[in-house]
Design a protein around this ligand. Structure first.
Ligand code: GDP
Ligand code: MG
Length: 597
């Protein structure tokens, strides 16, 4: 069997349970890290990933493992992201594997994402090797972590490996378990080519680089290949493996994980989940394919300087090359001018894209509050989906509004069940199940997505003293009694500030927004009213007070460096403001709805 010495696996865990650290230890043990590039978290490559300690892309790496008896194996290890926004990346990486290491932090036990990820592995028929990690911690309780895995997910506790990615305990046992317990990949290298695309990125010189898992057949340079769903033919330029980084190889055959460059210019042709086959010798059946990741959160991005519109468009196009889940289209706002409506997988994804635009492309942006997509049925029977609260129709034209719901699972110590249930009640949640796991509880709720979008995670963490964890999946649309609340500054409606809210919350949210805005809008020579309105009805009002005296006058005659500093500070601040008549509205005000009360 030509694949007998190959093992393809992934590491899955709740965020912070130590995936990247363990992956590093494995790389180190198998000699894949030279002393020179021995820095922490080798697989987290994007600068932002390092800084924030999160993994966004699924990074594969090929390793050689030699057993004590001299047998040599090829391991393909795929690191996966740990944040719910990127769950779809996890599921597509798993499709390239036969097994997983399921890590559980011995001091934390099973968390919400442990459960979700374990079920993803089970759904993909993968062999699960449970690893109780961080056993070096004084607070570690490996026994109960293992017991929780057995109770909640049904994974036998005696099969769990005890390890510490930090100190290296248990690494040899993990490597042996990979050989012994994960089956070698099936597949016939002589059959027609059948390879699964599980990720891709755009390279300026080689075009799209496809990450593939070959199921059957063999592929090498000069071969004619076909993307079955796209229905397009290409010629292979190069194939290779990950070491880490791209290493050119001779060929890729059944069971292997590697990359292919085939002069593909458009990333839209190279959809993740598509099947690569031979141009002349085709496989019978394509993979069923993944559901393409749909953006679920939308926000308007506008350059603070209107001159930067084209620069912003170019930057968005570049980012899109490497991120099929991100979308954008031109949008015009009366208040903000020309910009783009951008779609994201979640708030973290949105934050990351904005940060990259500002950092890597040197843009100053105004971002409008993130919103979900509403489905509106008009009285004339027409149905349309709106991602932009500004274009939400007036009430007399609406027959029905539907909003997206999620299935939310929260894991928490039983002491906090009361307050968390109350929070979920406030967020219009409906409880589905409640399971006890030792002294902890798993709550499963159905909740409107918009209700957890803003400050939910922060509130959950604060009322549970940081102990609760959550994960969710999209459920689909349900009817809701939703209203559009407009915000007026100095008696003018600012379209980009509109929000959609449930009928029961219009007053409290209107209050929160106007108060926050009155706090952040700089004072003028005259008082500026800020109002929340529904149609013609004012539901909340606050005032930006006028200067009591000319505070700037104080600075004149002061020492020169202080004055300069002040001017510089003013200039910086101005970059993130928008002028409305004489009133300046800072970026913060556009996100007033996100602020925690
Ligand atoms: P990931 O989010 O699952 O990739 O987790 P990381 O590998 O980034 O680790 C999260 C945090 O836990 C970091 O601060 C690590 O230093 C720490 N950590 C990871 N593994 C261990 C371990 O085995 N023991 C201890 N004490 N800390 C660890
Ligand atoms: Mg990580």
């Amino acid at each position: 069997n030509p694949t007998a010495r190959i093992r393809n696996f992934s590491i899955i865990a709740h965020v912070d349970h130590g995936k990247s650290t363990l992956a590093d230890r494995i790389l180190e043990k198998l000699g894949a890290m030279g002393e020179r590039d021995k820095r922490d978290q080798t697989l987290d490559t994007l600068e932002l990933e390092r800084e924030r300690g999160i993994t966004i892309k699924s990074t594969p790496i090929r390793l050689n493992y030699v057993r004590d008896n001299g047998e040599s194996y090829v391991f393909n290890l795929i690191d996966t992201p740990g944040h719910v926004d990127f769950n779809y990346e996890v599921s597509r990486s798993l499709a390239a594997c036969e097994g997983v290491l399921l890590l559980v932090d011995a001091s934390q036990g099973v968390e919400a994402q442990t459960i979700v990820n374990a079920y993803l592995a089970i759904d993909n028929n993968l062999e699960i090797i449970p690893v109780i990690n961080k056993i070096d911690l004084p607070a570690a309780d490996p026994e109960s972590a293992a017991r929780e895995l057995e109770e909640v997910i049904g994974i036998p506790a005696e099969g769990a490996v005890r390890a510490s990615g930090k100190s290296g305990i248990g690494i040899p046992e993990i490597l042996e378990a990979v050989v012994e317990r994960i089956p070698p990949p099936p597949g016939d290298p002589a059959a027609p080519l059948k390879a699964l695309i599980f990720d891709s990125f755009f390279d300026a010189y080689q075009g799209v680089i496809l990450f593939v898992r070959v199921l059957e057949g063999t592929m090498k340079a000069k071969d004619g290949v076909r993307l079955m769903n796209a229905g397009k033919n290409f010629e292979v330029d190069k194939v290779g493996t990950f070491s880490p980084g791209l290493v050119v190889g001779e060929e890729l055959s059944a069971g292997m994980v590697g990359w292919v460059a085939a002069g593909i210019k458009d990333i839209q042709d190279a959809q993740v989940g598509d099947t690569l086959t031979g141009r002349d010798r085709q496989t019978d059946e394509a993979f069923p394919g993944f559901k393409p990741a749909q953006p679920v959160v939308f926000s308007g991005l506008y350059p603070t300087d209107t001159e930067d519109y084209r620069k912003l468009r170019d930057a968005l196009e570049k980012l899109k090359l490497n991120d099929a889940a991100f979308s954008f289209e031109p949008e015009t706002s009366e208040a903000l001018g020309f910009g783009f409506r951008c779609g994201f997988l979640g708030l973290l994804h949105a934050e990351i894209i904005q940060e990259r635009l500002e950092r890597e492309y040197d843009l100053d942006l105004i971002a409008t509050a993130p919103a979900v997509v509403y489905r509106v049925t008009l009285t004339n029977g027409e149905i349309f989906e709106t991602q932009n609260p500004a274009e939400f129709p007036t009430r007399d034209r609406i027959e029905m509004v539907e909003e997206p719901y999620i299935k939310l699972s929260v894991m928490l110590p039983e002491d906090y069940v009361g307050p968390v249930m109350q929070l979920l009640q406030e967020r219009r949640g409906a409880m589905q199940t409640m399971n006890y796991v030792g002294k902890r509880v798993e709550l499963v709720y159905e909740v409107p997505f918009a209700e957890i979008l803003y400050d939910f995670h922060d509130r959950l963490k604060s009322i549970s003293r940081g102990y609760a964890s959550m994960d969710y999946e999209q459920l689909g649309y349900r009817e809701g009694d939703l209203r559009k609340v407009d915000i007026m500054v100095n008696n003018e409606v600012i379209d980009a500030l509109a929000v959609i809210v449930h009928e029961t919350k219009t007053y409290s949210l209107g209050r929160k927004i106007v108060d926050k805005m009155a706090e952040v809008i700089p004072r003028q020579m005259f008082p500026v009213p800020v109002q929340a309105v529904i149609g013609a009805k004012i539901i909340a009002r606050a005032t930006v007070k006028a200067y009591r005296k000319d505070v700037l006058a104080k600075c004149y005659g002061g020492d020169i460096s202080r004055k300069k500093k002040l001017l510089e500070k003013q200039k910086k601040g101005r970059a993130r403001m928008k002028q409305f008549g004489t009133v300046e509205v800072p970026q913060e005000a556009f996100l007033a709805v996100l602020s925690t009360e």
